[in-house]
Design a protein around this ligand. Structure first.
Ligand code: GBH
Length: 489
């Protein structure tokens, strides 16, 4: 009798649990300072490289716009908190504008206005039962530091450490999840490839590699001061989030290049997450050989000292993953659009990217291939072992501000299904999922022409009216049921 009961209970649990998320799994949504805050010159805030870039190069932004006002979240943050609460979000991921908090870039002056703004936002979230998750750097470097070389000046690791310490001191008592960097691949690779995004410097194969070395050291410094000075009293987690495009070979002949493309993207992960530390060996070898052939006296990829390798290795409490799209890899010389990312290929490796006919074309670069998310996570676990993965961005855009956004609902459902498969079938330790974005916002060089929000924003309205879309209701229902299965009405 008892065993019969037990068996039916198990059967029932399996059926019911099928599309249920594990207890404690967290759902959130994300934004970034330059994309939502506006108030670009309020009080003592100094300009960031995106203020400069958008103001000086309107022709490089599809609609010639800037983030001067954006969603005006600097003034309307309470509305954002209320929306997050209505959605039932467990956490809200936002970023600090470095030049709003430290107008001088360096940590000698902390802006009263800036520190009050983030204090209010953090307290407002906590009062509503929403965890604040903070990104320290989501691309808006203080212009003053760019004038000194930005990410190509090795001193930036120290500037960043001081900035991070300021933020940990101010907010560490209430903020338990920190990201040092959002998508280093965009900060270094995309930024230096063609000069089409801030800071607008084209230095492919050189600037990007200097940038990643300094960025790795900056990350490690921030992590280590957290470890030493803040973890004992605050006990939070520090990591960063990488954007991965899942690559698949076009033909069996493209297998080797495809793995090299994955490794090349992992120069932003390997120094931190691998057991050995340092650059991925395949990449180190490949760039050294190429540099030699090109007549350089040394590799274009700067080396680390053994001390640096050890200083960076292991500086993480979780793996942050931003996943949007996938590409097929074949040999060839990339050409094509200068403002799209992922671009048409990798000139470094000599490969071109394409989509697969079976993958769903979305708006611009955003081809939807949900299994790519699961495959990417399996690849990461194979590389770095049994790491905790937090999905810190995933989302879909449309060119029009439609409210009944069925394509976005489908994108979310299909990707969440892959998250469940990765947890249930592959046993991957995924603890969080984040929708990009809570709001329509300033989509970098696409300006306001690409809408990622589950909540729409009317950019013609001085009050920037926010209206939840169908996808917001869908996401709220998933969160409430903690499952992809729920009664439909
Ligand atoms: C993420 O980037 C970012 O974290 C977020 O800020 C962004 O809004 C979101 O995803 C959606 O794009 O000027 O050539 O880079 C993902 C990578 C970066 C791809 C911006 C599209 C615009 C073209 N995206 N990029 S480009």
């Amino acid at each position: 009798m008892l065993s019969k009961l037990f068996i039916s209970a198990v059967v029932l649990a399996v059926c019911v649990a099928e599309r249920k998320f594990p207890p404690g799994f967290k759902f959130g949504a994300a934004t970034a300072s330059y994309q939502v805050e506006g108030a670009w010159n309020v009080s003592d805030k100094s300009p960031s490289i995106w203020d400069t870039f958008a103001h000086e190069n309107p022709e490089k932004i599809i609609d010639g716009s800037s983030g001067d006002v954006a969603c005006d979240s600097y003034h309307l943050w309470e509305t954002d908190v209320a929306l997050a609460k209505d959605l039932g979000l467990h956490f809200y991921r936002f970023s600090i504008s470095w030049s709003r908090l430290l107008p001088n870039g360096l940590a000698n002056v902390v802006s009263e206005d800036g520190s009050r703004y983030y204090n209010n936002l953090i307290d407002g979230l906590l009062e509503n039962g929403i965890e604040p998750v903070i990104t320290l750097f989501h691309w808006d470097l203080p212009q003053k530091l760019q004038d000194l070389g930005g990410w190509t000046n090795p001193e930036i690791a120290i500037w960043f450490e001081d900035y991070a310490r300021t933020a940990f001191e101010l907010y560490g008592d209430r903020v338990k999840t920190w990201l040092t960097f959002n998508e280093p691949i965009i900060i270094c690779d995309a930024a230096y490839e063609k000069g089409t995004i801030a800071p607008g410097i084209a230095s492919p194969g050189i600037g990007n590699f200097i940038c990643v070395k300094n960025l790795m050291l900056a990350h490690a410094r921030a992590y280590r001061i957290y470890d030493k000075e803040f973890r004992p009293k605050y006990n939070g987690k520090v990591g960063l989030t990488n954007n991965h495009v899942w690559y698949e070979p076009n033909t069996p002949d493209d297998e080797e290049n495809t793995e090299l493309a994955r490794d090349l993207a992992a120069i932003y992960a390997h120094p931190i997450y691998s057991k050995s530390g340092g650059w991925p060996p395949s990449v180190e070898e490949f760039i050294a050989k190429k540099s030699k052939e090109e007549g350089y006296p040394r590799s274009r990829l700067p080396s680390f000292t053994q001390e640096e390798i050890e200083f960076i290795r292991g500086t993480y409490d979780y793996y942050g993953l931003n996943y949007y799209t996938s590409r097929k890899v074949s040999s060839g010389v990339p050409t094509g659009s200068s403002i799209s990312w992922p671009s048409s290929g990798s000139p470094e490796i000599g490969i071109v990217f394409s989509s697969d006919p079976s993958w769903t074309a979305g708006y611009a670069w955003l081809v939807s291939y949900p299994p790519g998310l699961r495959k990417q996570m399996n690849w990461l676990v194979k590389q770095y072992g049994d790491i905790e993965i937090q999905i810190l961005e995933n989302g879909y855009s449309t060119p029009e501000p439609i409210m009944y956004d069925t394509s976005r609902v489908k994108y979310y459902e299909d990707h969440l299904e892959q998250v469940l498969l990765a947890i249930q079938e592959d046993g991957i330790n995924i603890t969080a999922y984040t929708a990009w974005s809570l709001l329509d916002n300033y989509e970098w060089t696409s300006g306001y022409t690409s809408r990622f929000g589950i909540v729409s924003v009317d950019f013609t309205d001085p009050m920037r009216k926010r209206t939840p879309r169908a996808s917001a209701y869908y996401y709220a229902t998933v969160i409430k049921n903690h499952s992809l299965d729920f009664p439909k009405h």
